[in-house]
Ligand binder design. Structure first.
Ligand SMILES: [Zn+2]
Length: 127
C-alpha cells in the first residue's frame, strides 16, 4: 500500500492540533475545498487531521467553519488551493502559515511586503 503524500508531508500527526481537542495521530486527510464543492484530491487541498467528522480536530473544524476558514482549513468553492495559505501546527516545522503544493510539499508563507502590495496596486492602474 502506498503512503498518502499528505500523511507523509504532515508526519503522520494531526497538523491542526487544537488544544483540548486533538487526539494526536492523524486519522484522515480532510479536504479544504469540500469534495461536494468541487474540491480536488491533490495534496494542496488536503490536511492530515485527527478524529472524524464528529470527533477530534476534524470534528471541531466541522462545527467551527468560520474559524476554520480564517485559518485556511476550509476554503470556498473555486479557491486556488496552491495560493491560499493555511495555519498548521506541523510536528517539525510548525506552527506557522504554509502554502501547500501538489507534490506533497509545503513552504513557509509570509505576508506580502508593503512594497509588493503597493506595486500590485500600481499595476492595476488606479488613478
Ligand atoms: Zn488533531
Amino acid at each position: 500500500m502506498t503512503r498518502d503524500p499528505v500523511f507523509e508531508r504532515d508526519g503522520g500527526r494531526c497538523a491542526l492540533q487544537i488544544a483540548g481537542v486533538c487526539l494526536g495521530r492523524a486519522g484522515n486527510a480532510d479536504h479544504r475545498v469540500n469534495r461536494s464543492q468541487g474540491g480536488h484530491g491533490r495534496p494542496s487541498n488536503k490536511i492530515a487531521e485527527c478524529g472524524s467528522g464528529t470527533t477530534g480536530c476534524h470534528g471541531w473544524k466541522t462545527h467551527h467553519p468560520a474559524e476554520a476558514g480564517d485559518l485556511g482549513w476550509y476554503l470556498p468553492a473555486g479557491a486556488d488551493t496552491l495560493a491560499e495559505p493555511c495555519f498548521l501546527r506541523h510536528a517539525v516545522y510548525g506552527p506557522g502559515w504554509f502554502l501547500l503544493d501538489d507534490a506533497g510539499g509545503f513552504a513557509a508563507w509570509a505576508l506580502p511586503s508593503r512594497e509588493a502590495a503597493l506595486a500590485a496596486v500600481a499595476c492595476r492602474g488606479g488613478s
